[in-house]
Design a protein around this ligand. Structure first.
Ligand code: PGA
Length: 252
C-alpha cells in the first residue's frame, strides 16, 4: 500500500519571515489529522533553515526546489546537495517544468541531479509532463516516457524517488487535468517503470499529480488508483487550502 505524499511547492514566493509565518499557519491548520499522508513544504532556499526550525518535531518534511549535481566549486548562484542536506531537507524537487522551460534544464541535467541527490542520500521528486502543444500533437505518452527513461538512466535503485506528473498546461493556469486524463498518464508512467525495474518496484513507486490542485478537485484526483498525492503550487500558499488538500489525501 503506497502512502500518499502531498508537497507544497512555494516556488519564488515569500520572504524568510513570510515563509516562517506560512509554515506556522500550515502546522496549525493541519493539526493531528494527516497521519495517512506524508507532507512536505518547499520554501525558497533562503527560508529552508527557518522553516526547518518551525516544523522540527512534527512529521512535516523539508523539501528543496532544485539542486546542482556537483559537490561545490565555481558554480555561481547554485546550491549543492550537501548544502541542502545540511539544512535538514529530506527531499529535493528536480526537473520542475519551470526549471526546464526557463532555466534550460534537460532530461540529461535532470538525470545528473537525480543521480547526485540519490547517491548522497537525498530523496527526489522528479517532475515530468507535457506542454499544451505536445498534448495537442498527440505525443504526451512518448514524451513523458522519454522524460522518465532519460531522467532515470543509469539509476538502479528508485526506492527513494517519487515521480510528479505535472502537465505544463495545467500549472498555475487554473486548468486541471481531469482525474481520468491524469490517471491515464500516471498509469503509463507506471508501465514504463515496470519495464525498467519490474512489477514489484513499480507497484511501490509513488506518482504525484501537480497542476492546479485545489481543495475542490483534490479528492477526485487522489481517488484514482495510480495517483499517490500531489505537488501543490498556488493552493499551497494558503494554509487552509493546503491543509484541506492534505486531508483529502489522508482520507483516500
Ligand atoms: P499549481 O503548481 O498548483 O500552481 O498549478 C503546481 C506545481 O507547479 O508544482
Amino acid at each position: 500500500m503506497r502512502k500518499k505524499i502531498v508537497v507544497g511547492n512555494w516556488k519564488m514566493n515569500n520572504t524568510i519571515a513570510e515563509s516562517v509565518q506560512l509554515a506556522q499557519d500550515v502546522l496549525a491548520q493541519l493539526g493531528e489529522g494527516f497521519s495517512g499522508c506524508e507532507v512536505g513544504l518547499s520554501p525558497t532556499f533562503l527560508a529552508l533553515q527557518a522553516v526547518g526550525t518551525v516544523i522540527e518535531g512534527s512529521s512535516v518534511q523539508l523539501v528543496a526546489q532544485n539542486c546542482h549535481y556537483e559537490n561545490d566549486g565555481a558554480f555561481t548562484g547554485e546550491i549543492s546537495v550537501r548544502m541542502i542536506k545540511a539544512t535538514g531537507c529530506s527531499y529535493v524537487i528536480i526537473g520542475h517544468s519551470e526549471r526546464r522551460q526557463y532555466f534550460g534544464e534537460t532530461n540529461s541535467t535532470v538525470n545528473l541531479k537525480v543521480k547526485k541527490a540519490l547517491n548522497d542520500g537525498l530523496k527526489v521528486i522528479m517532475c515530468v509532463g507535457e506542454t499544451l502543444e505536445e498534448r495537442e500533437a498527440g505525443v504526451t505518452g512518448a514524451l513523458v516516457s522519454s522524460q522518465v527513461r532519460e531522467g532515470l538512466d543509469g539509476i538502479d535503485d528508485i526506492s527513494s524517488l517519487v515521480i510528479a506528473y505535472e502537465p505544463v498546461w495545467a500549472i498555475g493556469t487554473g486548468k486541471t487535468a481531469s482525474a481520468a486524463q491524469a490517471e491515464e498518464v500516471h498509469d503509463l508512467i507506471r508501465t514504463v517503470v515496470v519495464k525498467l525495474y519490474g512489477e514489484a518496484v513499480a507497484s511501490e513507486l509513488r506518482i504525484q499529480y501537480g497542476g492546479s490542485v485545489k481543495p475542490s478537485n483534490a479528492a477526485e484526483l487522489f481517488a484514482m488508483p495510480n495517483i499517490d498525492g500531489g505537488l501543490i503550487g498556488g493552493a499551497s500558499l494558503n494554509a487552509a487550502d493546503f491543509a484541506a488538500i492534505v486531508k483529502a489525501a489522508s482520507e483516500c
